[in-house]
Design a protein around this ligand. Structure first.
Ligand code: PGA
Length: 253
């Protein structure tokens, strides 16, 4: 059975104190309300990694992720953080290919393929983001466009490595806009991606791949999104900065 995951992407938000408060609240609510059958993943900015890890401790069901890693192994790359460094701090996941990184930092499918390999080589689970712009959606070419992102960045992986990857489908027009994809639109795309994975890696691996939806998910729409057979959770931006909302999303399966 594939894993249900609700991952919070804090983006470039939260001071030290705010991050500590948010994490403590999330950990406490998760335990007190006995949230079950879902893995939470907190993805704070880099400086929070160590203190957030301390607060999570060994709480079962809560993981720690980063929002990016370098494509390089180590060395003179000022300002970069390698997958190896992240792993040594107890990080388990890394978001790669978020549309903001693709757009503002010009990350290409080819570069992301290298980052994915770095992550896997260091034991991190990539949360690989894909998704189309409004322009592409309007033109009706979203399906081939998003499949191509997977093909270029992931389909060089061995079946063993591919089966460690989590996918996040995030239509760009729905990110931070309050304009979520409908549950049917999400399901249609998730199914198309699962079939695409199946055509390369076979049915079993495709069936076991967690595909998360991202883009203005909130406690009000999560239940409907998560009720779809191919939606295995969410990558949550804005609503992951509020403990109550984040936990309520996690309880929406
Ligand atoms: P949002 O962001 O939930 O604020 O739309 C999602 C994301 O960018 O991962």
């Amino acid at each position: 059975m594939r894993k249900k995951i609700v991952a919070g992407n804090w983006k470039m938000n939260m001071t030290f104190d705010e991050g500590q408060k948010l994490t403590s609240e999330i950990v406490n609510m998760f335990k007190d309300e006995a949230v079950k059958d879902v893995t939470l993943v907190l993805n704070p900015p880099f400086p929070h990694i160590h203190p957030v890890k301390k607060l999570i401790g060994d709480t079962p069901g809560i993981g720690l992720g980063a929002q990016n890693c370098s494509d390089k192994e180590s060395g003179a790359f000022t300002g970069e953080v390698s997958a190896k460094i992240l792993a040594s701090f107890g990080v388990q996941y890394v978001i790669l290919g978020h549309s903001e990184r693709r757009e503002y930092f010009k990350e290409s499918n080819e570069l992301l393929a290298v980052k994915v390999k770095q992550a896997l080589a260091n034991g991190l689970t990539p949360i690989f983001c894909c998704g189309e712009s409004l322009e592409i959606r309007t033109a009706g070419t979203h399906e081939p466009n998003v499949k191509f992102q997977l093909t270029q960045s992931l389909f060089d992986l061995s079946p063993e490595d591919f089966s460690k990857v989590v996918i996040a489908y995030e239509p760009i027009w729905a990110i931070g806009t309050g304009k979520t994809a409908s549950a049917d639109q999400a399901q249609e795309m998730h199914l198309a991606l699962r079939r695409h994975i199946s055509s390369k890696y076979g049915k079993e691996i495709a069936e076991n791949t967690s595909i998360l939806y991202g883009g203005s998910a909130n406690p009000g729409n999560a239940k409907e999104l998560f009720s779809k057979p191919d939606v295995d959770g969410g990558l949550i931006g804005g609503a992951s900065l509020k403990s109550r909302d984040f936990i309520d999303i996690a309880k929406s399966f």
